[in-house]
Design a protein around this ligand. Structure first.
Ligand SMILES: Nc1ncnc2c1ncn2[C@@H]1O[C@H](COP(=O)(O)OP(=O)(O)OP(=O)(O)O)[C@@H](O)[C@H]1O
Ligand SMILES: Nc1ncnc2c1ncn2[C@@H]1O[C@H](COP(=O)(O)OP(=O)(O)OP(=O)(O)O)[C@@H](O)[C@H]1O
Ligand SMILES: [Mg+2]
Ligand SMILES: [Mg+2]
Lengths: 223, 223
């Protein structure tokens, strides 16, 4: 499903260069359940953004389901992202002036579903993450962990075949965190490809495969 | 130093009310090292915002160093916040268009220090959290954990007597997290009053006292 070959991502700035990814080779098959770990600044989010078609490498190639991603135009990329990929961002990226239901329903709006279906599915997704009593709250009327769960609900509402979650439990207590991990376990059992970035061993242990990054390189890859 | 009596914080919304704090009694002496824990949505950030003079209770009273906080005007409150309190926000609240040094130096600008002193102290604060090689990066050119450390550096740069840190290690791997906790330990040994919200036991164990919230009430308080 996912094939990265010698992927590099360099950021050029006034004072020099940052090599966020320095030649990554990675293959992930359909249905795998993978945890990505590593120190702060080691390139995990950069890797996730490339896999999720939100960013392009400055070197190497990325193929998703056999398609060379950087050869696609913006519309084709947007289509893939909307239909196939659910992304939980490390900093949530919620619409600040929209309530929880509207935020969660956004992928369904892009998918062209009608209003009644969007409302029902969005409410259901919010209930699944324990936010059934916060439907009309906007992000600044929610706690940090509630915002995190809102971002998770939005990523899952369109039932994507690939779920990319960047630190999905960073703001959650252990009980709520466990509920979210069980949700990812269920998705995996149902055949969804799940890739989680986490710095918590308890979360990483649920995955079948653990990959560790350091300074933009993969240093361990164990199943 | 900190005295909360029957503190309530109710949010009124179209559909009803949310009782974020439901009658909190809490005394914290100067120099204490306290960890606050509890489920997502239990009122931890709300409590921190009141203690940090960023929000006022809808019931009860809050005294800081003997002063009844809600009787102060906006300028006096701003003065206390700038001189005495260092706040690490759960969602960082960084200036997106300013680089790391400018972000960290902001409290020093309000304190009226001149440019050279601000620059030196800000760089030093960034080095202490491991960001010495990221001085000219803006928040969107930093990783999630680097943004978190930037927020911590800013909270500490003015050497406040009270440090309030809301989930300061949520985005950090265990090694970087350990470095940050050691920093808080050092502040505590130097006499700073430190209050951390955390959902991680390893972090809470460094504090001398652990307080647990549930549904807006304190349910345990142990030293
Ligand atoms: N402006 C607001 N309007 C309405 N409800 C709010 C508002 N801000 C917070 N709340 C609610 O108050 C409750 C407490 O929020 P708070 O942010 O203090 O929780 P928390 O303990 O910090 O949670 P977390 O661990 O998820 O960060 C939550 O249930 C939240 O939905
Ligand atoms: N736009 C940018 N310009 C310059 N440098 C950048 C940019 N974005 C990220 N970086 C740098 O690239 C490196 C990798 O960033 P990335 O966000 O992938 O790290 P990460 O592993 O997700 O870290 P964390 O665990 O802290 O979230 C970091 O050192 C960061 O400073
Ligand atoms: Mg990251
Ligand atoms: Mg909070």
């Amino acid at each position: 499903l996912i094939s990265l070959r010698q992927v590099e991502r360099v950021y050029r700035m006034g004072g020099g260069e940052v090599q966020a990814l320095a030649g990554v080779d990675l293959e992930i098959a359909r249905g795998e359940y993978v945890a990505i770990m590593g120190p702060s600044g080691s390139g995990k989010s950069t890797l996730m953004n490339i896999v999720g078609c939100l960013d392009t490498p400055t070197g190497g190639t990325y193929e998703l389901a056999g398609t060379t991603v950087h050869e696609l135009d913006d519309d084709e990329l947007a289509g893939i992202r909307n239909r196939e990929i659910g992304f939980v961002f490390q900093s949530f990226n919620l619409l600040p002036r929209a309530d929880a239901v509207t935020n969660v329903a956004l992928p369904l709006l892009y998918a062209g579903l009608d209003r009644g279906v969007r409302q029902t599915r969005a409410e259901e997704a919010l209930r699944r993450v324990g936010l059934g009593d916060r439907l009309d709250h906007r992000p600044n009327e929610l706690s940090g962990g509630q915002c995190q769960r809102l971002a998770i609900a939005r990523a899952l509402v369109n039932e994507p075949s690939l779920v990319l979650a960047d630190e999905p439990t960073g703001n959650l207590d252990s009980v709520t965190s466990e509920e979210i991990i069980i949700l990812f376990d269920e998705l995996s059992r149902a055949g969804t490809t799940v890739i989680l970035v986490t710095h918590e061993d308890e979360v990483a242990d649920h995955a079948r495969r653990q990959i560790r990054l350091r300074d933009g390189n993969i240093v361990t890859d164990r199943s």
